[in-house]
Design a protein. Structure first.
Length: 428
C-alpha cells in the first residue's frame, strides 16, 4: 500500500506538534514506520489520506461500538450544533443522559459528566479521598487510568510500598501515595493493605484490563477486592472507561455481578465525542460540590454536542436487546478464526478475550498480569502489525492494546481479517 500523503502530513505535523501527534501511541513508536492519517471513516472502515481502505479494530480506542459516522449519532450532533455549541449553563439533555445512564448501570444513583476518561478517574480518586478522609490509593501495574499525576506510576514489583514516578514532572510527594499491586494477585493486595492499615482511600482497577492487552480478572479476584474493601473501609473504584456500555448494558459490574463504590466511564458514553463521567450511590456523590466539600468542575462539562452524541448511542444500546450478544458472537468468531490460522502456521501465541475486547499475545504462557503481558515477542508483533496494515487491517500500533470489535463489522470483514492473519502469519 502507498502511504505517501500520510508520511508527508506526518512530516508537517512534526514541525508544530510534539512528535507529530496529540497522544503518544498514535506516533507508531512501538512498531516503527509513520502513522496513517485518517481522511474519513464510515461503519467498520477507515479511509486514509492515500485513499486506502482499512478495516478498523481500534475504533477510536473503544468509543465507536456501532461503527463510524453512525447515523443517529451524526444527526443528534448536527441538530444540536444548529442551536449553539456551548453555554456553560444547565441543559435538559444532561438530565436525560444521566437518567438513562443511571437506569442502565447497576448500583449508581447519580452521575457527573466530565470531558475525558482521565478527568473521570482523577475526580473519582479525589472524591474517594474526600469521602474516606484517607490519602493512599492502590492501583495495579499495567492498568491505565489516564495521565493524571497519581496514575503515572511505574509498573514495578507489585509489592513495592512506595511508588516512584515514571514520568518526569510527577513529584515524589504524589507518587508516594500510589501503591502498586499485581493484577489478579489478591494476596499481594492483602499485604499492601496490611502494611498501610487505615491509610488507603480506594482501590482503582480496570475490571477487565485493557491497557496491557486484554486481561480478564481471574475467578474470584474482583469479589476478593470487594471483600477486602468492605473489611477495611476502602472504596472500590471500577474504571469502566473501556468496559462500560461495552461488555454489557451495565458494564463489568453487571457482567461479573460485583458492585463497585465509584464507577468511571469514558469512550462509549460519549459516542465518539470527548466525554467521561463518574458515578456512585447518593451517599458518596453528595460529597461533591456544590452539595459537599469535594471540588470538581468543568467549563465544557455536559457540553450539548457531547451529551447529544452520548445520549444517541446509549439509546441505541439500551433499545437493542441483542447488541451485546451479537458483539460477543462476532468476537468469538474472530477469536476462533485467528486461533486456527496462527496454530496452523505454528506461531507461538495466546489470545485473550472478554466480550468484544480481544488481544493477541506472542507468547505461549497464560497472560494474566503486566509481567506476563510484557513477555510477548515484540519483534513478532511489529511484523504482525505491519503485515496486517499492508493487508488493509488496522490494529493498535502496540502490543499492549486491546482490539475493539464494532457491530458494524460483517462476517465477511471478519473472514477477510482471518485470511489476512493467515497470510501474514506465514511471514512471521
Ligand atoms: N481509563 C482507561 C481504562 C482507559 O483505557 C483510558 C484511555 N485509554 C483512560 C482511563 C483515560 O481516558 P482518556 O484518554 O479519555 O483521558
Amino acid at each position: 500500500m502507498n502511504y505517501k500523503r500520510s508520511s508527508a502530513l506526518f512530516a508537517q505535523a512534526e514541525t508544530v506538534i510534539p512528535g507529530g501527534v496529540n497522544s503518544p501511541v498514535r506516533a507508531f513508536k512501538a512498531v516503527g514506520g509513520t502513522p496513517i492519517f485518517v481522511k474519513k471513516a464510515k461503519g467498520a472502515y477507515l479511509y486514509d489520506e492515500d485513499d486506502n481502505r482499512l478495516i478498523d479494530y481500534i475504533n477510536s480506542w473503544g468509543p465507536m461500538i456501532l461503527g463510524h459516522a453512525y447515523q443517529p449519532v451524526v444527526n443528534a450532533i448536527v441538530d444540536k450544533a444548529k442551536k449553539g455549541t456551548s453555554f456553560g449553563m444547565p441543559t435538559e439533555i444532561e438530565t436525560k443522559i444521566a437518567q438513562l445512564a443511571v437506569s442502565m448501570v447497576p448500583n449508581i444513583d447519580k452521575i457527573r459528566f466530565v470531558n475525558s476518561g482521565t478527568e473521570a478517574c482523577m475526580s473519582a480518586v479525589r472524591l474517594a479521598r474526600g469521602f474516606t478522609g484517607k490519602d493512599k490509593i492502590i492501583k495495579f501495574a499495567g492498568c491505565y487510568h489516564g495521565h493524571s499525576d497519581s496514575f503515572l506510576i511505574q509498573a514495578g514489583s507489585g509489592a513495592v510500598t512506595f511508588g516512584s514516578p515514571n514520568s518526569p514532572g510527577v513529584t515524589q510527594g504524589t507518587a508516594k501515595d500510589t501503591l502498586l499491586a499485581r493484577y489478579n494477585d489478591i494476596e499481594n493486595v492483602t499485604q499492601l493493605i496490611e502494611a498501610n492499615k487505615n491509610e488507603i482511600a480506594c482501590i482503582i482497577i480496570e475490571p477487565v484490563a485493557g491497557n496491557m492487552g486484554c486481561i480478564p480478572p481471574k475467578e474470584g479476584f474482583l469479589q476478593g477486592l470487594r471483600d477486602l474493601c468492605d473489611t477495611n473501609n476502602i472504596l472500590l473504584i471500577f474504571d469502566e472507561v473501556m468496559t462500560g456500555f461495552r461488555l454489557a448494558k451495565g458494564g463489568a459490574q453487571e457482567l461479573f455481578n460485583i458492585n463497585a463504590d465509584i464507577v468511571c466511564f469514558g469512550k462509549v458514553i460519549g459516542g465518539g465525542l470527548p466525554v467521561g463521567a463518574f458515578a456512585a450511590r447518593n451517599e458518596i456523590m453528595n460529597h461533591l460540590a456544590p452539595l459537599g466539600p469535594v471540588y470538581q468542575a468543568g467549563t465544557l462539562s455536559g457540553n450539548p454536542l457531547a451529551m447529544a452524541a452520548g445520549l444517541a448511542i446509549l439509546n441505541e444500546l439500551n433499545s437493542d436487546a441483542e447488541i451485546f450478544n451479537r458483539l460477543e458472537e462476532k468476537t468469538t468468531y474472530l477469536h476462533n478464526g485467528i486461533e486456527k490460522v496462527l496454530t496452523e502456521n505454528n506461531i507461538t501465541h495466546t489470545i485473550n478475550r472478554v466480550g468484544s475486547m480481544i488481544s493477541v499475545h506472542f507468547d505461549k504462557a497464560e497472560v494474566v498480569d503486566f509481567e506476563t503481558a510484557a513477555k510477548g515477542n515484540n519483534d513478532t508483533f511489529k511484523k504482525f502489525f505491519h503485515g496486517l496494515l499492508n493487508e488493509g487491517v488496522y490494529i493498535a500500533p502496540s502490543a499492549f492494546e486491546t482490539w475493539f470489535i464494532t457491530d458494524a463489522l460483517t462476517y465477511e470483514d471478519l473472514d477477510f481479517t482471518v485470511e489476512a492473519v493467515g497470510r501474514v502469519s506465514e511471514t512471521l
